[in-house]
Write a protein that binds this ligand. Structure first.
Ligand SMILES: [Zn+2]
Length: 255
């Protein structure tokens, strides 16, 4: 099982991954709070050649579900651009948050907008799009598994991937016991796990990651999720305890 970390934008992804002994690194290709298209990665050839696998995380600002044209249209464009950038470095996929709409009346159209993302991408995307569950919001597309099921009714035919974030699921109010089976019953697959503890309580709707030993989730529960998912695992925990998290996770998975 590949285990790794999210690397900072100013880090050399391959060198950082190798220094940490990571099998996989996740990176942003542009400022995650902005709409910038990714520039060609200066180390693309090295990254492709490295034994350290990569996965790209799309910017946080995009929301492909939105009914607002001025948000949805650039979001679609951004997904396409980042998928190209991900393919350029040989990444295993592009993680995209489920997004949300503004009220209950818009929910159906939000799922439909996700379908249009795939429908309108002629020839498909060059890497798998990994839809990630999110922590909060009443009208989110992938907070509750019930929503993920509706989302998959809309996009399942395009064979999207799924990224399970444990902090988000917990904060969303989804029981972690058996969650891998409940997700795969809907999506048929888990492509990536974001293994994070949470600073906040169950169903808090807050997205604040914590180091594995320090959050409100028993870390042995997190290890069991990683084991059950049998997919690459990326830690997005605070840098201060990241190496300890990686050591603990490796040891626990080997035990
Ligand atoms: Zn994410």
């Amino acid at each position: 099982m590949r285990v790794g970390v999210h690397v900072r934008q100013d880090d050399d992804p391959t060198a950082t991954g190798e220094a940490l002994g990571a099998d996989i690194v996740q990176l942003f290709l542009s400022d995650p709070q902005k709409w910038n298209a990714p520039k060609p990665h200066p180390k693309a050839a090295e990254i492709r050649a490295s034994p350290v696998a990569t996965v790209v995380h799309a910017p946080y600002v995009l929301n492909v579900a939105s009914l607002n044209n001025r948000l949805r249209i650039p979001s679609r464009k951004s997904v396409a651009q980042h998928a190209e950038g991900a393919a350029d470095i040989g990444a295993i996929g592009l993680v995209v948050h489920g997004g949300h709409v503004r009220d209950a009346d818009e929910v159906d159209a939000g799922f439909d907008n996700w379908r249009k993302l795939f429908e309108r991408q002629e020839g498909g995307f060059p890497v798998p799009i990994l839809v990630e569950n999110t922590a909060g919001g009443d009208f989110a597309m992938a907070r509750y598994l019930e929503s993920v099921a509706r989302l998959w009714d809309a996009i399942g035919e395009f064979d999207p991937g799924f990224c399970l974030d444990t902090c988000h699921a917990w904060a969303a109010g989804e029981e972690l016991d058996g969650i891998v089976d409940r997700v795969t019953a809907i999506t048929g697959r888990i492509d990536l796990v974001h293994l994070n503890n949470s600073r906040d309580e169950f169903d808090s709707a807050r997205d604040r990651h914590e180091n594995l030993a320090d959050g409100t989730i028993d870390r042995t529960v997190l290890v069991e999720i990683a084991r059950a998912a049998d997919a690459p695992v990326v830690l997005e925990t605070p840098g201060i305890g990241l190496e300890e998290d990686l050591d603990y996770l490796r040891g626990a998975l080997d035990a």
